[in-house]
Ligand binder design. Structure first.
Ligand code: ATP
Length: 233
């Protein structure tokens, strides 16, 4: 029933972390580090989207700037890398296409995971071929602090748990230790409840616009890049 984990040595686990990263911040970096350690992954790959389908029409910073900030943020961090596959792909960035791309281009002994915050997870029904995603890759859903209502208390009573069973499939079953939903034919959905910093890119953009500090919200080199390029003014 549980398709992943057991047969894969730690060196073969890789987390894929997609997002707009406008800009990348300490919330993303802490989350990636904690998930990497908790799941004994050899790497986490940050995948900035080209035109996020759900953000079309909003103002999104040029991909080149978002990529440059990611590069500054991951420099010197072991096990963090960046893929520009979505930026190079023409048209909107659909997660299902990215997952297929990685599955086709990753050795068979590597177990891939898709990492996301619970806010993104709850929006999955708006994503292209979202049911296919569940059939392609295990998910790691992180509780994102500060987003109400509380999303995933233990024992299956939270919004995320109800969403999984009521919206995704009633055949998901919560493991006894509350860590993971397993399914007879789909990949597991792991729940990651460690506290993570209450930081959002929206708050950072707002702070820059109103002249407030963003120190401690982004790495120093990213803060310097934002100021030098005049982003988010
Ligand atoms: P915005 O405020 O512009 O919507 P964001 O801060 O949510 O941006 P994204 O690039 O949209 O950042 O997020 C990429 C992924 O990272 C999403 O799955 C999101 O849920 C997750 N994420 C973002 N911030 C945090 C955080 N502080 N803790 C845990 N997960 C996060």
């Amino acid at each position: 029933m549980k398709k992943d984990f057991e047969n894969h040595t730690p060196k073969n686990r890789v987390g894929l972390f997609g997002g707009t990263f406008d800009p990348v911040h300490q919330g993303h970096l802490t989350a990636a580090e904690k998930v990497k350690n908790a799941f004994a992954m050899k790497a986490v790959v940050f995948i900035p989207s080209a035109v996020p389908p759900h953000k079309e029409g909003d103002r999104v910073t040029r991909a080149a700037d978002r990529l440059a900030m990611l590069q500054l943020a991951v420099t010197g961090r072991a096990g963090f890398s960046i893929s520009d596959c979505e930026i190079r792909r023409p048209g909107p960035s659909y997660t299902i296409d990215t997952i297929r791309f990685f599955k086709e281009n990753t050795p068979g002994d590597t177990r891939l995971y898709w990492i996301m915050g619970h806010d993104a997870f709850l929006e999955m029904p708006t994503w292209k071929a979202y049911r296919e995603i569940l059939a392609q890759i295990p998910l790691i859903v992180m509780h994102r602090s500060g987003i109400e209502p509380p999303s995933m208390p233990s024992s299956g009573g939270g919004r995320v748990e109800m969403f999984i069973v009521q919206e995704l499939s009633s055949n998901y079953r919560l493991l006894e230790d509350d860590s993971c939903y397993v399914h007879p034919s789909l990949y597991p959905v792991h729940l990651f409840r460690d506290p993570l910093p209450e930081i959002s890119a929206t708050q950072i953009r707002k702070n820059v616009k109103t002249g407030k500090r963003i120190r401690n919200m982004v790495p120093g080199a990213v803060e310097a890049y934002i100021l030098e390029k005049g982003l988010y003014r």
